[in-house]
Design a protein around this ligand. Structure first.
Ligand code: DQA
Length: 144
């Protein structure tokens, strides 16, 4: 099965961006760790990062024709603003896990609301970059 990993805006800066909040691991490290984990689980990983809302919407649409079974998404700041990404995920009807590196609930009030959480299968926040691997482990469980 195929799992699409989507990282939204500013997550390309992972490792150097506000390291106190997001840690020192780079996105390339996160993605290579997930690929190795996926290989061990028999899951093919597709990784995508974009700073552009429309590009993320287009990538979600393409996932349907590619036969993607699950999506793991950290929408970054679009979490709190994007009806378009919510509608795209609902539109393709591919189950997804929403992942946040930081615990958004202990941060600014504007980070407490997500346009995705009520259509997500599961939500993770505050596990640092480990959240990605934990989410992939859960997806593997659901696929088995
Ligand atoms: C984030 C939390 C968001 O509020 C923020 O805009 C991000 C990253 C996280 O992973 O903790 O860009 O999604």
């Amino acid at each position: 099965p195929k799992v699409l990993v989507i990282n939204g805006p500013n997550l390309n800066l992972l490792g150097t961006r506000e390291p106190v909040i997001y840690g020192a691991t780079t996105l390339a490290d996160v993605e290579s760790g997930l690929r190795a984990q996926g290989e061990a689980l028999g899951i093919e990983l597709l990784c995508f990062q974009s700073n552009h809302e429309g590009a993320i919407v287009d990538r979600i649409h393409a996932a349907r024709t590619e036969g993607v079974a699950w999506i793991l998404i950290n929408p970054g700041a679009y979490t709190h603003t994007s009806v378009a990404i919510r509608d795209a995920l609902a539109g393709v009807a591919i189950p997804f896990v929403e992942v946040h590196i930081s615990n958004v609930h202990k941060r600014e009030p504007f980070r407490h609301h997500s346009y995705l959480s009520d259509v997500a299968e599961a939500v993770m926040a505050g596990f640092g970059v480990h959240g990605y691997g934990l989410a992939l482990q859960y997806i593997a469980l659901r696929l088995s």
